[in-house]
Design a protein around this ligand. Structure first.
Ligand code: ADP
Ligand code: ASP
Ligand code: MG
Length: 469
């Protein structure tokens, strides 16, 4: 008997048809020698819509909430109707959906009255996406005669710190609770369906693990329940040398070490969340990325024993969009100890995560990259902090840039890689705006104008011949 945690991403539960397909796939494995626990994401696009709704609610737009409620209700009703044929089960699930959406409406109206959105209330709203998806998947599994039960991350027993929006699991208590609540089901061959992305603090307040966090829910379950493997089902064959939407002949990477895969995730290969691997690494559980529409493909296997291919210096290239670059310039920074630290401290205190940093040799300039939606906050934070201090003369920004990250285990030790990268980019007439040391030895990252992003990815992909021959 093989124990496998199967995580299905938003793209795999986007519609009723896809959920039906998921149920058939799971039934196939359940009939073989597999014990299965499932983790589900919200239906594709729902988390984004919930974020938008919180922003509208904060601005007091009550009319929008009514409209939004209707939309979200219809999308989930429709998905349930297509995914579940048995009328009795369908009715049961529709009632559940209705109750959850009614609760969501109340929460949004609350925010609307207060005109205040805290990280805590934001997490609460975002949790509704996964909370709505799980009952539909549960219904679809029952529809194909599987024994199943659904849980929110909180009900399953996943406990985190209270870093709302980007919470980290407390693995000891989580493992204990998952063993107590979920393991007995597996022993009875009942398939638990657990919401990805959401958990709760020790006090029971709902938290989220960060965007794309369902992958981590998968590995948390895998580690706690000592699974043989964790499968991340998505809409592509696995991790590839580049986003196949940008480079159609990108090649599937059959095997990666945990470290290589984590590096790719940090730099935007959306098929996986950066923190996702941590629990799997500690317990040395292999992770497989697989394609729901092509289950015959072996996918990408990520595990400890993989030895990097020495001949291949650059292994993959990624584009990270939705970022902005801020430059702080001023002659007063030259030789003043702690100037850079002060800037980073102010940003950190305001929960603005800096993704990349570069400083000039002259010490009169520091540039950094942040998520674009944090730009306004970052600029006002800096302005307040630096007000009246003529040491920092100017803060400027560019909000039409993207980051290009190239990854490969042998990159830093091999001469001439950087020059090959930048020559290839220059040959296409593309201007590099900023270069930065990546977070590890495994990558070289730089910034170009957004409009040049895809072309840059293709240039590097070609230069290092990463494509399928
Ligand atoms: P899910 O809904 O399963 O979580 P995501 O949208 O988060 O799916 O991630 C899958 C998408 O990631 C793919 O459709 C693909 O276009 C994109 N992607 C970006 N870079 C890569 C890469 N290097 N390899 C594979 N997929 C990638
Ligand atoms: N639904 C969440 C998100 O979009 C979590 C996930 O899909 O992994 O970020
Ligand atoms: Mg994802």
């Amino acid at each position: 008997m093989k124990k496998v945690i199967m995580k299905f991403g938003g793209t795999s539960v986007a519609t009723g048809e896809k959920i039906k397909n998921l149920a058939r796939l799971v039934a196939d494995y359940a009939r073989q020698d597999y014990t299965i626990a499932i983790v589900v994401s919200a239906l594709d696009g729902i988390t984004e819509q919930l974020i938008e709704a919180t922003e509208k609610a904060e601005k007091g737009k009550a009319d929008f909430i009514h409209l939004f409620k209707q939309q979200i209700l219809e999308r989930h009703f429709k998905a349930a109707k297509v995914a579940i044929e048995n009328k009795k089960i369908l009715k049961e699930i529709q009632d559940v959906i209705q109750a959850i959406v009614d609760e969501l409406e109340k929460v949004l109206i609350g925010i609307c009255y207060l005109k205040e959105l805290t990280p805590k209330s934001s997490d609460y709203v975002l949790s509704f996406g996964e909370r709505l998806a799980a009952p539909i998947v549960y219904g679809a599994l029952r529809d194909v005669r599987l024994k199943t039960q659904y849980f929110s991350g909180k009900e399953a027993g996943i406990v985190t710190d209270s870093n709302f929006g980007e919470a980290s699991p407390l693995m000891d208590v989580t493992t204990h609770q998952l063993k107590e609540r979920i393991e007995p089901l597996l022993e009875d061959r009942i398939i638990p369906v657990v919401t990805g992305f959401i958990a709760a603090t020790q006090e029971g307040v709902i938290t989220t693990l960060g965007r794309g966090g369902s992958d981590q829910t998968g590995t948390i379950l895998g580690a706690a329940l000592a699974a043989d493997e964790i499968w991340i089902w998505t809409d592509v064959d696995g991790l590839m040398t580049a986003d196949p939407r940008i480079v159609p002949n990108a090649k599937l990477l059959h095997e990666l070490s945990y470290q290589e895969a984590a590096e790719m995730a940090i730099f935007g290969a959306k098929a996986m969340h950066p923190k996702a691997l941590e629990p799997a690494v500690k317990s040395e559980i292999p992770v497989r990325i697989r394609n729901v529409t092509n289950p015959g493909s072996p996918g990408t296997l990520i595990w400890k024993n993989h030895v990097a291919d020495k001949a291949q210096v650059v292994k993959a290239v990624a584009l990270i969009g939705d970022v902005a670059m801020i430059n702080v310039t001023g002659s007063g920074m030259v030789g003043v100890p702690g100037s850079y630290a002060k800037i980073l401290e102010v940003l950190g205190k305001n929960s603005i995560n800096v993704m990349m940093i570069s400083t000039a040799v002259s010490e009169a300039n520091i540039s950094f990259i942040i998520r674009r939606n944090l730009l306004e906050r970052a600029l006002s934070t800096l302005e307040i902090a630096l007000l009246g201090k003529n040491a920092f003369t100017q803060v400027s920004y560019e909000d039409d840039v993207c980051v290009i990250a190239t990854m490969g285990a042998q990159m830093k030790g091999t001469k001439g890689v950087a020059s090959r990268i930048f020559t290839a980019v220059a040959k296409r007439g593309i201007n590099v705006r900023m270069i930065a040391q990546g977070s590890s030895e495994l990558n070289i990252s730089f910034v170009v104008k957004e409009e040049d992003g895809e072309e840059t990815v293709r240039a590097i992909h070609e230069e290092f011949e990463l494509y399928e021959n």
